[in-house]
Design a protein around this ligand. Structure first.
Ligand SMILES: Cc1ncc(COP(=O)(O)O)c(C=O)c1O
Length: 387
């Protein structure tokens, strides 16, 4: 692991799990702590006035970064919060269906299943056959789950356990032709892939700022296009609801005020955007992607597994899922940490297991060597098999 950009993550370990939780560079974390100090030094004026002014500016800065109107985007703590807001409010009748995939994030499968059950609707997890081969095949596979009861689609732009980039632009376009509401889980997307919400034209989009944008934990956003804002209730009713001082956006009034909370992590987002600009982050990200492909190719040559997609930028960004067989994925993750000091998730999708690595600017070929050594050891001792 190298010292590039002064990330706070421990240097005596091999950290290959930026995808689950990012780590802040020191400069960003110091800015965050300064914001917390500012809050604590005059909590009343900060929470009621100055902080709100800064929050509105932070929202404008993020809206510009993801290219949408700043009245259509609101900070939330995490994508789960955003999707719970949507799934709870979405008007669904008995028999209606929400079309999704079998590659979605576990917490959000639970969210959709819960609210669909409650409303007598159906959450459909259409199977996307692996290995992926072409964009067209993925789009076709997805819409084979469509029928006249389908009202909305919910899909990840980058999947969690399988680390695949799904063709959401094509899928949203096709969904619109069929008159469907489009809801995209872009938790992994900001600062990982270029994100342009005006071009994507999804009705609803959530992204995490605390992953690849390197913001402190608890900073994410919910975007909703004007045509859908009307029916989205706040998950938490607070002073912004039926406010005596309405702003230009009812959506912002309803969703931005959420009781007393520390919103310093949100206020750090413009600093992260500036940090990325100053350090030419597009170039950094490009080089992380190249490294991901190089590692994946080398590992495939060494261990002869069947990759779940072509190893190129069609479906891959800065993460890669190595298909393995193991009897106990939890134990395997613990073992990788205890014996090798490698932080890496062992993910599960249906009955399949993967070891998923993520590449950030601090990763280097020493990390690769550590991972390869561990995989050789695990294979020799028959704890894992590649498949
Ligand atoms: C695809 C996907 N969606 C959503 C999330 C967000 O999870 P949370 O709301 O717990 O931050 C994650 C987290 O890793 C994810 O991988």
């Amino acid at each position: 692991m190298n010292e590039n950009f002064n990330f706070l993550v421990r240097k005596d370990i091999t950290f290959l799990n930026f995808g689950s939780f990012g780590s802040c560079p020191k400069e960003i974390f110091s800015f965050y702590q300064d914001k917390q100090l500012e809050l604590e030094s005059q909590p009343v004026s900060f929470i009621v006035e100055e902080g709100i002014h800064q929050l509105n500016n932070a929202r404008k800065s993020l809206a510009q970064y993801v290219n949408c109107h700043d009245d259509d985007l609101v900070f939330v703590t995490n994508p789960s919060y955003a999707i719970n807001t949507i799934a709870k409010s979405l008007p669904l009748n008995i028999g209606d269906e929400v079309l999704s995939t079998n590659l979605e994030y576990g917490a959000l499968i639970r969210t959709w299943s819960y609210y669909c059950d409650k409303k007598g609707a159906k959450f459909v997890q259409q199977s996307i056959p692996l290995p992926l081969s072409t964009v067209e095949e993925v789009v076709d596979a997805f819409f084979s789950g469509y029928n006249k009861n389908t009202k909305a689609i919910f899909i990840s732009q980058i999947t969690s356990s399988t680390a695949l980039i799904l063709p959401v632009a094509e899928i949203c376009r096709e969904a619109k032709k069929r008159g469907l509401l489009t809801i995209v889980d872009g938790a992994h997307v900001p600062a990982h892939l270029a994100l342009n919400l005006r071009e994507l034209k999804a009705d609803i989009y959530t992204g995490a700022c605390h992953k690849w944008m390197m913001a402190p934990k608890g900073s994410s956003f919910l975007f909703a296009s004007k045509n859908v804002q009307e029916w989205i209730d706040p998950l938490l009713i607070s002073w912004g609801f039926q406010t005596e001082n309405p702003s230009s956006s009812r959506f912002i009034d309803h969703h931005q005020t959420a009781g007393t909370r520390d919103f310093s992590a949100f206020l750090t987002v413009p600093f992260c955007i500036d940090f990325m600009k100053r350090h030419d982050w597009e170039k950094v990200s490009r080089s992380n992607k190249e490294m991901t492909i190089e590692w994946a190719n080398r590992l495939k040559d060494s261990f002869k597994f069947n990759s779940i997609s072509p190893i190129d930028d069609t479906f891959l960004g800065q993460m890669f899922a190595i298909p393995i067989q193991t009897t106990d994925s939890l134990k395997l993750k613990e073992f990788l940490w205890e014996k090798f000091k490698i932080e890496i998730p062992v993910t599960q999708m249906e009955n399949r297991n993967f070891i998923r690595f993520s590449i950030q600017a601090f990763n280097d070929w020493d990390d690769y060597a550590a991972l390869e050594t561990a995989l050789i050891d695990l294979q020799k001792s028959e704890i894992i098999k590649f498949c």
